[in-house]
Design a protein around this ligand. Structure first.
Ligand code: MRU
Length: 348
């Protein structure tokens, strides 16, 4: 288990590790409303598809707790607004909407209950979503670690670790499990421009666990792959379409193309809650575009000329045909396609 909590419930509040401050400061921020949690998701205090889903679930629980003594109509309207504001926070990671739907279903089942009871049940549901996430990540880790040989040099992009989940991680969970099983694994991490999730988060997270990690500039990946210095690529996902197309952090597609060009396996690790069967192909996945300031500089530093036109799509889509295998809690699915993905939902 990683040596930190990404999210934790303390004294009636949700505390989240402020990922904007890493790796320099390990700082927890406390939240007591859905509005606050939605702003934290939008502003990247918490990020990564499963972690966003867990945060949103706690956001609903917080709002119910905050309004539990209010009259019935204020309680009901307040909760509706909480669902709305959280659903608006970020568009691409489907785990956000999956978690909100699960919280809505729990709420709908409690129509006859008192408000205190509803608030307690919603907190229980949020806790269950988080605990389940860690369990599923461990299961994915067990399935995926068999794909990595002892001594493997593994390239990853962005952060799909404990920081992006309730714990253990998806792509990094596979690596953690392989290391725990006694294999020597070294990780090469893309810095992941523009928000530097690789350089700031994955590098820090793996250092905490003493897993050997080497940071590279994004544009160095092709060189290392062409020199046969990478044995496998593992990434997470923000949304997988019904046909197996994968939306993940911008730059993932380029890595997948390079991996195919050089016959290096390209693995995607994600729970079934990241698969959106309502979306037929990657072309229909909503891709978030963020502000220009993430591209023109970082923090207080700016390197581009003022007034420059900027595009900042923060996710891209890797077609299923480039995915060697999908690693989920159900096992390893080689060359994922619509039929195999549908079967995952029907298997035990
Ligand atoms: O913009 P972010 O940092 O939320 O993007 C996160 C990613 O793209 C991760 O790779 C993805 O969510 C997988 S997390 C287990």
């Amino acid at each position: 288990m990683a040596a930190f909590d990404t999210l934790r419930w303390r004294d009636g509040k949700l505390e989240m590790l402020d990922q904007r401050a890493l790796p320099d400061h390990c700082l927890y921020l406390a939240f007591d409303s859905a509005q606050g949690v939605a702003a934290a998701i939008r502003d990247m205090v918490v990020r990564g598809a499963p972690a966003i889903g867990c945060a949103a679930a706690y956001g609903i629980a917080l709002e119910a707790r905050r309004l539990q003594q209010e009259p019935k109509d204020i309680f009901a309207t307040g909760l509706d607004q909480a669902f709305h504001v959280l659903a608006q926070s970020r568009p691409t990671a489907v785990n956000l909407f999956w978690a909100l739907e699960r919280m809505r279903a729990r709420l709908n089942a409690l129509r006859e209950s008192g408000q205190t009871e509803i608030a307690a049940a919603l907190l229980e549901e949020a806790r269950a979503i988080s605990a389940e996430d860690v369990r599923l990540n461990r299961r994915m880790g067990e399935h995926g670690s068999a794909l990595l040989r002892d001594g493997a040099r593994v390239l990853t992009h962005c952060n799909a670790g404990a920081l992006a989940t309730a714990g253990h991680g998806t792509a990094l969970g596979v690596i953690r499990s392989a290391v725990a099983s006694g294999k020597k694994i070294s990780v090469i991490v893309d810095e992941t421009r523009p928000f530097l999730q690789g350089a700031r988060l994955t590098a820090w997270e793996l250092q905490q666990d003493d897993i050997p990690v080497t940071l590279i500039a994004d544009n160095a990946a092709g060189f290392l792959i062409s020199r046969r210095e990478i044995d496998a690529v593992i990434v997470g996902a923000d949304r997988v379409a019904a046909n197996g197309d994968v939306a993940n952090k911008i730059g993932t597609y380029s890595v997948a193309v390079l991996a195919r060009r050089h016959a290096v396996p390209f693995y995607v690790a994600c729970p079934l809650s990241t698969i959106d069967q309502r979306i037929a192909s990657g072309a229909d996945i909503p891709i978030e575009e963020r502000g220009p300031e993430e591209v023109t500089g970082y923090g207080a530093v700016r390197w581009a000329p003022p007034g420059i036109d900027v595009r900042n799509p923060v996710f891209d889509v890797t077609p299923a045909e480039l995915v060697t295998a999908l690693i989920t809690e159900k096992g390893v699915t080689w060359a994922p396609d619509e039929t195999k993905i549908a079967a995952l939902f029907n298997s035990k």
